[in-house]
Design a protein around this ligand. Structure first.
Ligand SMILES: [Zn+2]
Ligand SMILES: [Zn+2]
Length: 270
């Protein structure tokens, strides 16, 4: 079983609990590694990221917590770096690269804030063409490794976060599938880890993990590496749906996932 959860948020950004409470929750659930990967500083929308002072403060806090909990769990210090954030200030142990915003004629627009924001963006900026919105998202995602030098690629099809409550994009269309395929063509040569993410499930938006199963099958067919992520915003969700995600990955052809240990990245049986 995978005993590593390194995509978790805290009160340094939009999470509900302190880093220490997240760590304690992970220990209680039997994890061997827990990581905090807070949202990078984001000057265009300050509440969506850490403050510039918060980034070094969190890093220092995590170094102290690593010492405090040594022998019980490995505390990893990472960051979820948005493509449009300024360069990070601290030597984070791992980077999760993410696209939460797209750049349009109106500046930076959030991809997954709410169904209403996404619909308004499609109607106003893309003249109602949801596939043009999707193309803009995937063009940005295709550059995520280049822009963030990430180890892990976050929530590949984030733009479908609300598809079960407000379907805006025809994900079965040939045009959409081509966008996904082109993005995989761009990203796979860099050999980074793709995450399976239960963040939208724990917050009640989706019943299934992200990405969609046909994308996961395609990742498997093309030899990609995966990692299980809770993307938790509350300590109680630190290992949310891990057994379900492991079963989902197995159904899509995977036998192993990647975990971060005190010694570095390792492959582990799902
Ligand atoms: Zn994210
Ligand atoms: Zn996140």
């Amino acid at each position: 079983m995978i005993r590593c959860s390194i995509h978790n948020h805290t009160t340094y950004c939009d999470g509900r609990d302190s880093a220490e409470n997240v760590i304690r929750a992970a220990i209680a659930q039997g994890f061997e590694t827990v990581g905090i990967s807070e949202h990078s500083v984001f000057p265009e929308d300050p509440p969506s990221g850490m403050t510039p002072e918060g980034e070094p403060a969190l890093y220092a806090e995590l170094m102290a917590l690593r010492e405090k909990y040594k022998g019980q769990i490995h505390v990893a210090a990472g960051i979820e770096q948005d493509t449009f954030s300024p360069p990070r200030q601290m030597p984070w142990e791992y980077v999760i690269g993410a696209v939460h915003y797209i750049r349009t004629d109106e500046g930076l627009t959030a991809v997954d804030l709410s169904p209403d924001v996404t619909k308004a963006c499609i109607d106003r900026i893309f003249y109602g063409d949801a596939m043009a919105f999707a193309a803009c998202y995937y063009r940005t995602l295709a550059e995520v490794v280049e822009r963030t030098d990430c180890d892990v690629i976050a929530h590949f099809d984030l733009l479908t976060k609300f598809k079960e409550i407000a379907p805006l994009i025809d994900t079965k269309s040939l045009r959409y599938r081509r966008l996904v395929s082109d993005t995989l063509d761009a990203l796979l040569p860099a050999d980074r880890i793709f995450e399976i993410n239960s963040g939208a499930m724990s917050r009640g938006y989706r019943a299934e993990p992200c990405p969609g199963d046909w994308i996961l099958r395609e990742l498997n067919r093309r030899g990609a590496r995966i990692m299980l992520s809770s993307d938790s915003h509350a300590a109680v969700h630190v290992g949310y749906a891990f057994p379900q995600m492991a079963a989902y990955a197995k159904r899509c052809g995977f036998h192993t996932g990647w975990v971060l240990t005190a010694k570095g990245w390792e492959e582990a049986v799902l």
